[in-house]
Design a protein around this ligand. Structure first.
Ligand code: PEP
Ligand code: MN
Length: 361
């Protein structure tokens, strides 16, 4: 599915940096805190946009909920003092109106808002006829359609300075990350709407300052346009997300260590080599498809055989034996256990589908 969005193809509203870095505190806490943070993070010359949360959507009540409207002027003047445009999160129509009144340059919609089409529509309606860039974070739940829907709603009121911002997804699986990156989802969004610039927020994915550089590098390797990284003048006393905020110095080190790879290489040698390797991949994929097809014809025969003999489709011991044996084989040739199990699971599901069809003929 390709999306029909009306987006400026040149993105000339975006700063002309590669990558584009958005940084600043999770929350604006005081006039001095946001000013000092702005002055420190901007020293490197690598920051293009100053961020700061004014209204904080907290999972539990009685946590710091942001300084509210008065913080907008602190954020704006901190940005002006270092010559940077400023961005903040809006979650309802009052937030939008307050930001427009205070000349906030860029708005973003947070993960807890993108999940709710009513809220997104309310924000969209408040933005009708306004020319302001909007970043849309992915919804908390791994549902790409909610993300796409939010982009469509904002675009439909005439906002064409639009970007997507990947901040990971809530997940029941235990992991070292605060939010599972599920990189396949932003990649799918990029395929669906290549005209929308994709940013990554490694701070909210990682949840811990130690893990941020790795996530940031991965986002760069996946050719994302830029990064939003939280930075606080003194993270240990931050009123929100203390564990994941970097000092301006640590932010600078992270940015200096990022490896930015070329999108393409013009070198003839590189192109020839890549062509060769790709043609081998094409052949191998063709072989794989033919093998899968042969496997499925045997599965079909087994299905017919089971039907003639009135035996159930699922034979648990056989399946366990397959898993064990294939894991062993995969390990011997250096394939990951997780990969081979996921692949077998898919093949098994398809085999059951084919045999069910045979049985019910
Ligand atoms: C934030 O950027 O501080 C924030 C609350 O982010 P998210 O909506 O991604 O949780
Ligand atoms: Mn935060």
């Amino acid at each position: 599915m390709k999306l029909d969005l009306n987006i400026e193809p040149t993105h000339n509203w975006l700063p002309n940096n590669n990558p584009i870095i958005i940084s600043g505190p999770c929350s604006v806490e005081s006039e001095e805190q946001v000013l000092q943070t702005a002055q420190e993070v901007s020293k490197s010359g690598k920051i293009s946009i100053l961020r700061g949360g004014i209204w904080k959507p907290r999972t539990r009540p009685n946590s710091f909920e942001g300084v509210g409207e008065e913080g907008l002027s602190w954020l704006k003047s901190a940005g002006q003092s270092v010559g940077l445009p400023v961005a903040t999160e809006v979650a309802n129509v009052e937030h939008v109106e307050a930001c427009l009144k205070k000349d906030i340059d860029i708005l973003w919609i947070g993960a807890r808002t993108t999940v709710n089409p009513f809220s997104v529509q309310e924000i969209a309606d408040a933005l009708k006829g306004v020319d302001i860039p909007v970043f849309v974070k992915n919804p908390i739940t791994p549902d790409i359609n909610l993300w796409v829907g939010a982009l469509e709603r904002i675009n439909a009121v005439g906002i064409n300075k639009l970007a997507a911002l990947h901040r990971g997804f809530a997940s029941f699986d235990k992991s070292s990350y605060r939010n599972a990156p599920m990189w396949e989802i932003p990649i799918e969004l990029k395929l669906m709407c290549p005209q929308i610039p994709m940013f990554c927020d490694p701070s909210h994915i990682a949840g811990d300052k130690e893990l941020i550089p790795h996530v940031a590098q991965k986002a760069m390797d996946l050719d994302m346009e830029g990064l939003m990284i939280e930075s606080h003048i003194n993270p240990s006393v931050a009123k929100s997300d203390a564990k994941q905020q970097l000092t301006p110095l640590d932010l600078d080190a992270l940015l200096n260590n990022l490896i930015i790879r070329e999108k393409h290489s013009e070198s003839e040698e590189f192109i020839n080599k890549l062509e060769q390797l790709r043609s081998v991949i094409d052949e191998l994929d063709e072989e794989l498809i033919n093998k899968f097809s042969s496997r499925m014809s045997i599965i079909q025969k087994i299905g017919e055989y089971k039907q003639e003999n009135n035996v159930t489709i699922l034979q648990l011991e056989r399946w366990e034996q397959i898993l064990k044996n294939r894991s062993f084989l995969a390990d011997k040739v250096g394939l990951s256990d997780d990969f081979i199990k996921k692949m077998l699971e898919l093949v098994h599901q398809e085999s059951i589908r084919v045999q069910t069809q045979v049985m019910n003929r």
